[in-house]
Design a protein around this ligand. Sequence first.
Ligand code: DQA
Length: 146
Amino acid sequence: MAGTIFILNGPNLNLLGQREVDVYGATTLAEIEAACRDAAAGLGFEIDFRQTNQEGELVTWIQEAREKAVGLVINAAAYTHSSYAIPDALATFEGTKVEVHLSNIFKREEFRHHSTLSNQVDGVICGLGPQGYVLAIEAIAEIANS
Ligand code: DQA
């Protein structure tokens, strides 16, 4: 295996498939995890896929990624728009970092247009649904192999 990619999910994403299906789609988080695992395995990477409703837990996991991961995919959900601790933690992670959102946050309410994370990541993917996670893994793999 070429390394581990941490995939970290924030609050309410455990409810995917039941939550605002018109906005986030019918795919569950377990189905996204399975798609990520398949995509990563095909590229020779392992994933560590997690979800939490706690901001501090995301910070702790980003710190853990410093020791264990070559890359990190993060959908911080609503903390994207309010957190200062998460971007501070991301600044300490030296691998490739990609911010993902299922929905196109720029087509939505004004408060979602700003992400406190975006200036601490290598790339941002939004609006492509679950496919965004797979594209993020592919990008991390390509950068890690280059
Ligand atoms: C989200 C977008 C956020 O604005 C929202 O708070 C979420 C999910 C997305 O994946 O589209 O919970 O990160």
